[in-house]
Design a protein around this ligand. Structure first.
Ligand SMILES: [Zn+2]
Length: 294
C-alpha cells in the first residue's frame, strides 16, 4: 500500500528536494503531491495559542473567524504577519514543479496551480496536463481573492478530463463550494484542510455529493478536529496530506516533521484497511480515474 501526501507546497527556500526525500524515506512516505509556491516563505510557525483561537472561531463563529482573517491581509491582497508583508503570487510557477516531476517521477506528483483572477486558466491547464506527474488542479479563492463561481469554466474542463481539483476555500462568496459541486456533478473536488474555514458546516453535506473529499493537512487542524472530520465524512472521503513545509517542526530544531499528521491518521479509530485508504488508497483511485481519461 502506497502512502501519498496529497497536499504539500513546493518551497525549496524552506525544504529542498534532498531534504524532502530524506524525510519521506525516514517516515516511509512513498509520494508527495506538490503545489507550486504561491507566497513568499512564511516566518516561524504560527503559535499554537493563536491556532487554537482560529480553530475555535472557524468552527463556532464565522464572523469572528472572518474578522481575524481580514487582519492578516493587506489591501493589495498580500499577507501581513508580525508587521511584515509577504507577497502572494498571482501567477504561481507551475514550471518549477514540472522540473521536480521530471527529475523524480517516482517520488513526486504535482498540482497545476490556476488563478481565474489572473487569467491563468484553461490555457495553462492545457499547457501542463499532459506532463507525467501532474494529477489535477489547485485553486485558492481565499488568498487569490475570487468568487468561487469564477472557476466554473476551469471546473467544467476538469470534469470533462476527469481531473480532480484541490481547493482551499475562503469566506462568503469565496467559499461557496456548492456552486462548483452543483455546476459540475461529476467533478472530483478535494477540500483542503478539512474544508477550512467551513469545517462542520459543510461536512454533513459532503455525504450527499459522491465526488467530494477532504484532506486533513495543516496545523490549522489538530488531531481532534481531523478525527471529527473523518467521523463526519467517512474514511473513504478523507485523504492524508501535510501542508509541508508549514507547521510541525520537529523537536530537534526547525526542520519539518513528516510524521506528525501521519500519526493522526494512524491513530484514527478505524480498521487497518480504512487507514490505508486514507493514507494512499483513496487518492490512488482518484488519480487513476483522471489518468485513465487523459
Ligand atoms: Zn496548503
Amino acid at each position: 500500500m502506497a502512502v501519498i501526501d496529497v497536499h504539500a507546497h513546493w518551497e525549496p527556500r524552506m525544504l529542498d528536494v534532498p531534504a524532502m526525500l530524506a524525510k519521506m524515506d525516514a517516515k516511509r512516505i512513498d509520494k508527495v503531491a506538490l503545489i507550486p509556491a504561491m507566497n513568499d516563505p512564511l516566518p516561524d510557525e504560527t503559535p499554537e495559542a493563536l491556532l487554537k483561537v482560529l480553530r475555535f472561531a472557524m468552527r463556532s463563529c464565522h464572523p469572528l473567524a472572518q474578522a481575524l482573517n481580514v487582519a492578516f491581509m493587506t489591501d493589495e491582497g498580500n499577507l501581513r504577519l508580525k508587521g511584515r508583508v509577504f507577497e502572494i503570487y498571482a501567477r504561481p510557477d507551475n514550471a518549477a514543479v514540472a522540473r521536480v516531476l521530471a527529475e523524480h517521477p517516482d517520488r513526486f506528483l504535482g498540482w497545476i496551480f490556476l488563478n481565474p483572477r489572473a487569467a491563468i486558466g484553461i490555457d495553462e491547464l492545457e499547457r501542463w496536463r499532459h506532463r507525467p506527474g501532474f494529477v489535477g488542479v489547485k485553486l485558492h479563492p481565499h488568498w487569490h481573492g475570487w468568487k468561487v463561481e469564477e472557476a466554473i469554466p476551469i471546473a467544467t474542463r476538469c470534469e470533462e478530463l476527469g481531473l480532480p481539483i484541490l481547493i482551499h476555500l475562503g469566506f462568503a462568496r469565496k467559499g461557496e463550494w456548492r456552486v462548483l459541486a452543483d455546476a459540475c456533478p461529476r467533478l472530483t473536488m478535494i477540500f483542503a484542510h478539512a474544508g477550512m474555514p467551513h469545517f462542520d458546516r459543510m461536512w454533513g453535506a459532503i455525504r450527499d455529493y459522491p465526488h467530494l473529499y477532504l484532506d486533513v493537512s495543516s496545523p490549522y487542524l489538530d488531531e481532534a478536529l481531523a478525527r471529527d472530520a473523518v467521523r463526519a465524512v467517512g474514511a473513504e472521503r478523507t485523504l492524508y496530506g501535510t501542508d509541508a513545509p508549514y507547521g510541525f517542526h520537529d523537536d530537534e530544531g526547525h526542520t519539518y516533521d513528516y510524521g506528525a499528521i501521519r500519526g493522526w491518521v494512524e491513530r484514527l479509530p478505524l480498521a487497518a484497511r480504512e487507514i490505508d485508504a486514507v493514507l494512499g488508497g483513496n487518492v490512488e483511485r482518484l488519480i487513476g480515474e483522471g489518468g485513465g481519461k487523459r
